[in-house]
Design a protein around this ligand. Structure first.
Ligand code: ATP
Length: 272
């Protein structure tokens, strides 16, 4: 689905070049969930904007669904195939009601008003906003607004959704809602790039890419990252509580393959 080969990108800041990505290689398969983490300024958002055709690499190649971003004709199609959900849902909001907001992205796409209406209702139902079709968007909670942003993306039928720290402005309930929707879309076949600074949002299964100063310093699974690698200590991460308990169990002799990565793993261990 996504192939990134030897990619570098530099932002221009006046006379200065800011090297946001340096020689990145990454492949994401169709239907895969990949988590991306790293400190502020490590290059995560530059990557996400590149994957949706907003930025073109300074060096190297990015292909999305076989379309090379170097060809400007491909970028519009890539913008539809890969949709971005940003940190702040208000940045994506254009309508005054959910119906209007989703409709905005569908205009000029040749849908009959009937088809458009049924598509809008379908995506709003998918994110649990079926009771809010005509609500004033300013009356929606942060979590509901973020769900609306996801619905607007889904209306365009993307193959891949990139969540760029999409839960960072939400309370715990909103975070769970958005994470849950992302997981359920992924289970139904969506390719998901989940960018987060919340280590507890790195799932036990699936691949994780860790960014540092524009490079990928780790690519692999959560167990190796949390229990075998020196990286969390070097990056001075505060590990999720479950993993902290796992480290205590490791010191007491629990085999690494049995150490917990999520609360369910911990429950299973306690039950045993
Ligand atoms: N439009 C821009 N103009 C100039 N420099 C930029 C621009 N956008 C990002 N940068 C710089 O590029 C580097 C990577 O930034 P980027 O936003 O990709 O990192 P990030 O990992 O997403 O950070 P955050 O978690 O804070 O969003 C940083 O040094 C940042 O200051």
């Amino acid at each position: 689905m996504i192939q990134i080969e030897s990619v570098s990108y530099a932002h221009r800041d006046g006379e200065k070049l800011i090297h946001a990505l340096q020689n990145i290689n990454l492949t994401v398969k169709q239907g895969e969930w990949i988590s991306v983490t790293g400190a502020n300024g490590s290059g995560k958002s530059t990557l996400s904007r590149m994957l949706n055709g907003l930025l073109v690499p300074t060096k190297g190649t990015v292909q999305v669904a076989g379309l090379d971003l170097a060809d400007s004709k491909n970028r519009e199609l890539v913008k539809q195939k890969v949709q971005l959900v940003f940190q702040n849902p208000d940045a994506q909001m254009v309508g005054s009601t959910p119906i209007e907001d989703v409709a905005f992205g569908l205009e000029n796409r040749g849908y009959s008003s009937e088809d458009m209406r049924s598509r809008i209702e379908e995506v709003l139902r998918k994110v649990g906003l079926q009771h809010k079709f005509h609500a004033d968007v300013s009356s929606l909670s942060g979590g509901q607004r973020q769900r609306l942003a996801i619905a607007s993306c889904l209306a365009l039928e993307p193959d891949c959704l990139i969540f760029d720290e999409a839960t960072s402005m939400l309370d715990p309930v909103g975070r769970q809602e958005i994470y849950g929707i992302a997981r359920s879309l992924w289970r139904k076949g969506m390719t998901v790039v989940w960018i987060t600074q919340r280590l507890e949002e790195l799932p036990g299964e699936g691949r994780i890419a860790v960014f540092e100063k524009g490079t990928i310093v780790y690519e692999g699974d959560a167990r190796t990252l949390f229990y075998h690698s020196e990286l969390p200590a070097r990056l001075r991460w505060e590990l999720p509580p479950v993993v902290q308990i796992g480290h205590l169990l490791k010191h007491q002799g629990t085999p690494v393959d049995q150490l917990p990565l999520c609360e369910e793993d911990l429950e299973d261990l306690v039950c045993e």
